[in-house]
Design a protein around this ligand. Structure first.
Ligand SMILES: Nc1ncnc2c1ncn2[C@@H]1O[C@H](COP(=O)(O)OP(=O)(O)OP(=O)(O)O)[C@@H](O)[C@H]1O
Ligand SMILES: [Mg+2]
Length: 261
């Protein structure tokens, strides 16, 4: 998959799950063109877990949408290893389908034969620890369970790259904590690459191998940190708290500079 894309653009090496090169994005606003992202360059290596951190409105979702191919950059280029899977804050499950059928739909769209879909959906439900929930309808599931189904559905696409936009932001702290553990386990088990957007510093440090901080107005890569704390981490672990404090200081500086809250 990556080879075909790389060949098309004449790139030799495909040692990346996503390659974002000199990407800028402007939107037309009442006061003319508004530059939201300015010259972003960022690679995600195969199997790497990167969090994209920044203040509200700095352009995180805009960048993720560009990587997903939902919109085009104004300048620069983006290549990915195949088509990425997406997961948002809102689960976006179809309420008229059961948990299992929501997953099967994703399998169908990627061409998995009918006879294999049911067992594959059951396996994916098991992976997100929802064994026995195949026949449950969306309204019968808790918020945390819905996000688990959404994760299973994203994994059903069998993508090499998972794009996540604040997928746990609407959940309570304890459920979020459990889902952090699950995501870390699934990432380790599947080897999928993850680009995870959040404005929660602790969450960014809890999950990632690398935290990339975006500045605001326009969004630029302000700084990045490699996180060498061994997994599984806990959000309350001292090294997580310590690095989070350091990153928060830099983030505060960014927010002060741009007069945001
Ligand atoms: N389709 C669009 N048309 C015009 N402006 C847009 C569009 N999409 C995003 N913007 C603007 O781009 C900026 C960045 O928005 P974006 O949603 O990417 O921020 P964010 O970092 O994801 O914020 P949050 O943390 O609140 O989700 C905002 O000023 C927003 O108004
Ligand atoms: Mg956003």
């Amino acid at each position: 998959m990556a080879t075909a894309i790389a060949k098309a653009v004449g790139v030799e090496s495909v040692e990346h799950a996503a390659r974002i090169e000199n990407v800028s994005k402007s939107f037309a606003g009442p006061a003319g063109q508004q530059l939201v992202l300015d010259d972003i360059t960022l690679d995600v290596a195969p199997g790497e877990f990167v969090t994209l951190l920044g203040a509200s409105g700095c352009g995180k979702s805009t960048l993720l949408n560009l990587v997903a191919g939902l919109d085009r950059p104004t300048a620069g280029s983006i290549t990915t290893d195949g088509r990425p899977a997406l997961m948002f804050q809102e689960h976006a499950l179809f309420p008229w389908l059961t948990a299992g059928k929501n997953i099967e739909l994703a399998l169908k769209l990627r061409g998995v034969p009918k006879g294999e879909r049911r067992s594959r959906a059951e396996e994916l439900l098991e992976l997100v620890r929802l064994n026995g929930s195949y026949g449950k309808r969306v309204h019968e599931l808790s918020g945390g369970m819905r996000q688990r189904v959404a994760m299973a559905r994203a994994l059903a696409q069998d993508s090499r790259l998972l794009l996540m936009d604040e997928p746990f932001a609407a959940l309570d702290a304890i459920t979020r904590d459990v889902l952090h553990d699950e995501l870390t386990r699934i990432w380790a088990e599947t080897g999928v690459s993850v680009l995870f957007v959040t404005h929660n510093v602790r969450e960014a440090v809890r999950l990632a191998q690398r935290v990339v901080l975006l500045s605001s107005r326009p969004g630029r890569v302000a700084r990045e940190w490699r996180v060498d704390i061994p997994q599984p981490r806990r959000i309350e672990d001292a090294p997580v708290a310590e690095l989070s404090r350091e990153i928060t200081e830099v983030l505060r500086g960014e927010i002060r500079r741009h007069g945001q809250h």
